[in-house]
Design a protein around this ligand. Sequence first.
Ligand code: ATP
Length: 255
Amino acid sequence: MSTILEAGKMNKKVELGKGNRLHILKDISLKIDEGEFVSVMGPSGSGKSTLLYNISGMDRITSGSVKFKNRDIARLKEEELARVRLNHMGFIFQDIHLLKNLSLIDNVMFPALVSKDADKKATYRKAKMLMEMTGIDRIANNTIIQASGGQLQRVAICRALINDPDILFGDEPTGALDSKSTAEIMTILADINKKGTTIMIVTHDVKVAAKTERVLFMVDGNIVAQKKMLKYNAQHENSKKREESLMKWLVDNGF
Ligand SMILES: Nc1ncnc2c1ncn2[C@@H]1O[C@H](COP(=O)(O)OP(=O)(O)OP(=O)(O)O)[C@@H](O)[C@H]1O
């Protein structure tokens, strides 16, 4: 299995003013394999979102390295980094950042149309296919206000997938959803992962993390423990057992 993403002694410090600095990520080294489904858990304020933003090149580390496909993205110029993010990465965030004046399908197509050589017809077909896969094709022409939270999260997933990313990052991708929509979104993400897309998400939800393959546990800017599991298979596996075993592991690690 080859490594897709590798952080080496990654540090993030932020200036708080008056000479005060906050050291958020502390010498984090981490490898993510191609095709893996990884989740990050840990107490509030432990640095989970900061890890996700910095390892994905959404933000800049203070020191260390972040290699994406063997290329140190921490040292790229902003324009080049933006191109890597647009063409190779997908992002799903809790506050979804959809454009209010566009229909749902136009929102899905947007990142592809921003990319230079996009063929509009092919992009439309691809957007339709993704919306079909996530069960929202019938409302493709609705506006944002005509869609539920769960439907909007599916739009965000389709949009994140429109440029065929190698890796998908999600910050609490199910955070605002009820348990039924959460389970449906996790099934969609698991399917996407089985087709080969690497996924890394931050979550507070044990039920969500239990459906991933490796759980990283963060405390105070460090990854203090990791739990490796087999890929989740909804047809053959009892998710309750995985949740119980993960819960026990988290408690054993002081969560
Ligand atoms: N730009 C910033 N300026 C100042 N402090 C920051 C900044 N970004 C993050 N922090 C602080 O760094 C710490 C880690 O934040 P982060 O959002 O990464 O934690 P988290 O584990 O994702 O928390 P939560 O689970 O509550 O979302 C927090 O104390 C946060 O207030």
